[in-house]
Structures are given as C-alpha cells and as structure tokens.
Ligand binder design. Sequence first.
Ligand code: NDP
Length: 327
Amino acid sequence: AKDPVRVLVTGAAGQIGYALVPMIARGIMLGADQPVILHMLDIPPAAEALNGVKMELVDAAFPLLKGVVATTDAVEACTGVNVAVMVGGFPRKEGMERKDVMSKNVSIYKSQASALEKHAAANCKVLVVANPANTNALILKEFAPSIPEKNITCLTRLDHNRALGQISEKLGVQVSDVKNVIIWGNHSSTQYPDVTHATVGDKSVPELVKDDEWLKSGFISTVQQRGAAIIKARKLSSALSAASSACDHIRDWVCGTPEGTWVSMGVYSDGSYNVPAGLIYSFPVTCRNGEWTIVQGLSIDEFSRKKLDLTAEELSEEKALAYSCLS
Ligand code: NDP
C-alpha cells in the first residue's frame, strides 16, 4: 500500500474548506488508492467549528483517511505536509479599502510562508485559493525562498471549468467533450477567458459557436461575473465548485494532464507570451511527472493581446500595493 500523503487545508472551517476536506478524504484530489492525512488549520475564533468538522470526518469513516490534525497552530498544521491548499484569508468586508484587505492578507501569507518553508515536506506543492489569490501566492513565494517557485501556484481552475461549462451549455454538448479553453491572468474580473484555441472533438469552438459577438462579450462577462451571480442566488459564495476545482488543479498537477489537453493554472511567469516575469499569472499548462509547463506557441490575436495586457497591468498594480504593505 502507498504511504499516506499529508494535505494541509487552511481556513478549513470555512465554506470552501467544509466542501473540500471530504473530497480529499474520498480520494478525489489524489486518487482512489492514495491514503491521506488531513491537516486542517483555522484561526482561534473558528477552533470549535473546526473541531466539529474533524468529528464529521471521523463519522464519515473514510477508508483512505489515515489521520486528522485540526489545529490553530500554523507550525503544527504545516509540519510534514506534501500538499498545501491555502483557503484561509481575510475576507472583503463592506467599507474596507482595497489596501486594508491587501495588508491583512499580506501579513497572513507572509507568516504562513515562513511556517511552510520551515516545516513542510521537501517539494511540498502549494495551491493558493484565498483572494487576492495570485498576489497572496506571490507573497508566499517571496517569503518561502527555499520552496521552489515552480511549487507555488494559485487557483484559476474554477474559472477554467466555468468556461468549459458555458461552452457546453451553449453548444449542447457534454462538458467532457470541450477542451483547451484558457484563463489568462488574474483570478479577478480582469481575467481573460479565451476560447480561440478551444475544441469540441476535432472542431474549433469559435467555428461551432458561430457567434463572435457572444464569445467576445456575453461569454467573457458571464465567466468573469459568475462568482457574483452565485452569491446573488445562494446568498453565499461558491464553495462546492471552488472545492471541486481545487481537487482538479492538484490532481492534474500530480497525476498529469491527458495527452492533447491543457488546463489553466496561476503560475510564476517566466515572461512567456510577453507577460511580465515575476507575476503569478494564469497560463495554459500541461503537467507531467508532477511538474507543469506553460504551453508555448499559441497565436495571440489583437483582441486577446489587449486582454492579456490588461490583466497583467492589474497584477502589477496589486504587486506594488502588496509590497507597499510590507514596508
Ligand atoms: P470561503 O471558504 O468561502 O472562502 C475562502 C477564500 O477563498 C476567500 O478568500 C475567498 O475569496 C476565496 N475564493 C477564491 N475563489 C473563490 C471562489 N470562486 N468562490 C468563493 N471563494 C473563493 O470563506 P469562509 O469565510 O467561509 O472561510 C474562510 C476561513 O478562513 C474561515 O474558516 C476563517 O476562520 C479563516 N480565516 C483565516 C485567516 C487566517 O488564516 N489568518 C484569517 C481570516 C479567516 P473572497 O473573500 O474574495 O470571496
């Protein structure tokens, strides 16, 4: 039998955490034959709720779940973890300035970076979910210099999956038949959902949709605004889809992407597609042997170029704001 993999979930008593931990314990993230030990971290006001989640995990009697650590101590939570899913973060509250939210998250991600750097297993893979996800991931990278930068990523897979879902509904085809959409840039409303290279079977999505106007406006804004639409409908933000896409992100990263298919991940830019190096930016990637590679050589038309640049500009501004919070 395989040795258990230790998976950290921060903010584990929150909504996404509550949806995510049973998926991990069922093998949806790492495979049906991979035992796991869950490390759940939350802040002291959530300690009791966190303990309740631990009780439910015991009650669910998951065969793959070999242990549960539920703690408010970051060092205990980070010790020996192989995968870290960072869901905990300071939420946007009404009336708060952008800088105040940024400042809170910068200090959270700075201290969690240090805990991971010192105590996580070598080669720990990190996925940041909490917003501003790209910039939180960048701060984590800066303050965990011994973790390889290739191991620090942020979640744009939910946006990617939302784009697949919209195309499948529009064309009346199975979502599993839609491939190779791309989310470029920031996990925010400036993200660019791009279907230029997407396919269904051997046909191109733009040719099948035959509605350039929808692809360039309605589709893009639906994907960008989907989070807000869910809050309006549910009176709570998306949680099951966020948790499911976090599992997709880690599974594909660890187990590899299917031949001929790419996915979107927020990763450290090396300057590909003229995106400034040094940002955490969402690119199309393929994964193999536990490593992602940015898909190269895709054509970028003028419409796309503008969108790629706009979301990069926003990320550069966020980066500057985050650094100003450090001084
Ligand atoms: P959720 O579990 O709903 O969300 C957690 C984070 O994920 C938020 O930052 C949220 O951003 C972000 N997120 C990213 N993508 C999505 C998406 N598509 N849909 C929804 N959320 C998304 O929040 P809860 O408030 O229920 O739980 C947060 C937990 O974090 C709590 O248990 C809390 O105690 C803990 N926490 C930890 C802190 C720390 O570690 N120091 C500080 C504060 C809280 P957005 O805010 O933009 O919705």
